[in-house]
Design a protein around this ligand. Structure first.
Ligand SMILES: [Zn+2]
Length: 417
């Protein structure tokens, strides 16, 4: 097989941390002094938080608090070492909340923080103003407060909604329409656990569109009614894993409709979830948040996976155009052939008709000739009837040929002769 487009475009670079593993490691801590959230990068548990101060020192001094709203206790230690991702942990017996079912709000908080940090450092959003949870978008018929709102110097607004709780498609549509009406680009990111993250069933994994799997696709999840509604409106569902700072893009490979027989379907087929088709599940392609951009024209978060989607779509459209042109050429050729055949048939028919007309004319001429002869004969017969019988039947009334004059009796010599 040829190299996958996906691999060529996305899998270049160093190995990334495994995302969307439902890891509940606490990687965010509230700095007691600055009241800012601090993010512990992967593998940095033994490293320095700031020059001269290690994470461990800071924790030991009780300066890093648990950001969970109903907790707020200082973390007891930094877990660094072994296969697990480095993270903060409470002392034994404290912080009963981080047992894997942790409060949604903590993840919500982490996600918002991760998003805000990303937006702050993104070169495209350098001079934009960021609002966290504090600036409502108002319209005459209501208001909404996005989780993160980025406002450009010239007034372009991008709202990031981090959705952790359950939401119906109808509600999402209403909110999406609200933002559209307010002229705000809305970007929706779902939780990597809870009601917005349901791993696909074995039966769903066996579906044709999910058979092909890229090793770097982090997971296979069910597409809920909400996700289906989004797809119908051309919005591809995204998930955010704040622990690894990865964004998941709903993706799958589907048969392009116009694949000709014999073509290898799974190698170069499309990588997108076309709208107006219902898929019960999809793969999730994980990309680092730092590689994502806001596409204002397409009104979406352009993840590397989405870039591949767009390229694939363009390529498919090109292929389709080529196929259409080829079909048009074939059709024109066939039409030309048909036209020629028809013309030839018509010529043949015309020739046959001409010959038939000729024959008809000859026949008529012959008939007229015969008629004329008959007429003549009849006229002759009539004329003959009017003649004296001697003329009508000459042989019957033919005169004896005059006998030679008899020699007179006085010329016996003549008689003798
Ligand atoms: Zn806690």
């Amino acid at each position: 097989m040829g190299t996958s487009r996906w691999r060529g475009l996305v899998n270049s670079g160093p190995r990334r941390p495994r995302a969307f593993t439902q890891d509940t490691a606490q990687v965010l801590a509230l700095d007691k002094k600055t009241r800012q959230l601090r993010y512990l990068p992967a593998g940095e548990g033994n490293g320095e938080m700031e020059p001269g101060v290690t994470w461990r020192d800071h924790v030991a001094r009780g300066m890093l608090l648990c950001p969970a709203p109903d907790c707020g206790l200082p973390f007891g230690r930094v877990v660094a070492g072994g296969a697990r991702r480095h993270h903060f942990a409470h002392r034994p017996g404290e912080g009963e909340h981080d047992d894997g079912t942790g409060p949604e709000t903590l993840w919500h908080l982490s996600a918002k923080d991760v998003l805000a940090r990303w937006a702050e450092t993104h070169p495209d959003l350098a001079d934009w103003t960021l609002h966290l949870d504090d600036t409502p978008i108002t319209l005459p018929d209501g208001w909404r407060r996005p989780d993160v709102l980025a406002v450009s110097p010239d007034g372009i607004k991008v709202a990031f909604e981090v959705q952790y709780s359950a939401l119906t498609g109808t509600d999402w549509k209403a909110r999406h329409d609200f933002y559209a009406k307010a002229g705000v680009v809305d970007i929706w990111l779902f939780a990597h656990h809870g009601p917005q993250w349901r791993p696909a069933t074995t039966q769903q994994r066996r579906r044709a569109e999910l058979v092909w799997h890229d090793p770097d696709w982090a997971a296979t999840v069910q597409l809920s009614g909400l996700h289906q509604t989004m797809l119908q409106h051309g919005v591809i569902p995204l998930w955010l894993d704040p622990t690894t700072q990865m964004v998941g893009t709903a993706t799958t490979r589907v048969h392009p409709a116009n694949t000709s027989p014999g073509e290898r379907l799974w190698e170069d087929a499309a990588y997108t979830l076309p709208p107006r088709r219902v898929f019960p599940a999809c793969h999730v392609a994980a990309d680092p948040l730092e590689q994502c951009d806001v596409d204002l024209a397409a009104r979406e978060l352009l993840t590397p996976a989405r870039r591949v989607h767009h390229e694939e779509r363009d390529r498919l459209q090109e292929d389709e155009q080529v196929a259409q042109e080829r079909a048009a050429r074939v059709r024109a050729c066939q039409e030309e052939r048909t036209r020629r055949r028809r013309a030839a048939e018509q010529d043949k028919r015309r020739a046959i008709a001409a010959r038939a007309a000729e024959e008809q004319a000859e026949r008529e001429k012959r008939e007229q000739e015969e008629l004329r002869q008959k007429e003549e004969e009849r006229a002759a017969a009539e004329a003959r009837q009017k003649m004296p019988l001697a003329q009508q039947f000459p042989p019957v009334f033919e005169q004896e040929p005059p006998s030679p004059p008899k020699p007179p009796w006085w010329k016996p010599w003549q008689r003798r002769a």
